[in-house]
Design a protein around this ligand. Structure first.
Ligand code: PD2
Ligand code: ZN
Length: 303
């Protein structure tokens, strides 16, 4: 690596170093190859970079590369380009049943919306199942991360202040039973589901509105999409009832789903586009705490 000038970092005079084109290309190549930023940082330090200056150079390089990539991709795409719709999971509610039998359980249909496709189901999980999942997840909780749009890895994000963990598919008896129930409800293979995620929100914690699909414009999406294609549906299962707040919101249509223990909220999106109106968020918990499990469904087998 050389330190000849092309872009100058904006640290104080004693700490100025220059990001050469060669170094910039090397940093980007490392990120695209999936090398962890900490490893890149160590290599830069070994080449004589001060840690704080190296961190700043890394951040600037990756940020400007991401911006350039997004701008180029958007410029190349036709205006308002919408991907072709694909088949999505759905529950058998066409004839407006008040209850549906799903394997071993009667589930009530509390609300059904077409656009965005949202269903709210009562009694999807028993109280005992909810408590079991919380007890299994509790010792494994860590600060929730979101997808790193450049590499397809994950990173801590201020928009998501919950704590969370992932189960392996079929990891325990209760997880396996719930996954089979989801597959039966939505006529979607168990293999197309990501591992169940559990989130825990304390008062003030929230998940700001976002889309669950992966935006193809981001360079990191290509890697993620190799493992089973796009996400096409989300099932949220409320594992407790917060005293106040913590609803799931759909800002495009002014909908808020109350987080009630055992109930589930399903929504789908047949293309990675805002026109699906699938923007949604976890409203801040105001009083009490919130436990929720998320099952994301992919187009194909998720490996
Ligand atoms: O916890 C929620 O209510 C929530 C809201 C939006 C969870 C997710 N998204 C998610 O896990 O994607
Ligand atoms: Zn979400």
């Amino acid at each position: 690596m050389t330190t000849q000038s092309s872009t100058k970092t904006n640290t104080g005079p004693a700490r100025q170093q220059y990001i050469s084109v060669e170094l910039r290309n090397w940093i980007i190549a490392q990120a695209q190859a999936g090398v962890a930023p900490e490893t890149v940082l160590e290599a830069m330090k070994s080449s004589g970079w001060h840690e704080d200056v190296a961190i700043q150079a890394l951040e600037e390089t990756l940020r400007s590369h991401l911006t350039e990539h997004v701008q180029k991709t958007q410029a190349a795409a036709p205006a308002n380009h919408e991907p072709q719709p694909v088949p999505v999971p759905d529950a058998p509610v066409a004839d407006s049943p008040s209850r549906i039998r799903i394997l071993d359980r009667d589930v009530t249909v509390l609300m059904s919306m077409k656009h965005p496709r949202v269903l709210v189901l009562g009694g999807f999980m028993s109280d005992q199942e909810c408590d079991q999942v919380v007890a299994l997840a509790g010792p494994r909780m860590a600060r929730s991360e979101t997808v790193d749009n450049l590499t397809g890895g994950s990173e801590v994000n201020v928009a998501r202040t919950s704590r969370g963990m992932f189960f392996e598919r079929g990891e325990t008896g209760v997880i396996d039973r719930i996954e089979r129930r989801i597959a039966a409800l939505l006529s979607w293979p168990v293999q197309n589901g990501e591992g169940l995620q559990v989130l825990h929100y304390q008062p003030g914690a929230e998940y700001k509105p976002h889309y669950d699909y992966f935006d193809p414009v981001h360079p990191g999406s290509a890697t993620i999409l190799k493992r089973g294609g796009q996400r096409v549906g989300t099932l949220l299962m409320y594992l407790n009832t917060p005293k106040k707040g913590g609803g799931t919101t759909f800002p495009d249509v002014g909908l808020e789903v109350a987080p009630i223990k055992g109930n589930a909220c399903f929504f789908s999106y047949d293309r990675a586009h805002v026109n699906t109106r699938s923007l949604h968020g976890g409203a801040p918990v105001i009083e009490g705490e919130k436990w929720v499990a998320t099952k994301w469904l992919r187009e194909r087998e998720f490996i």
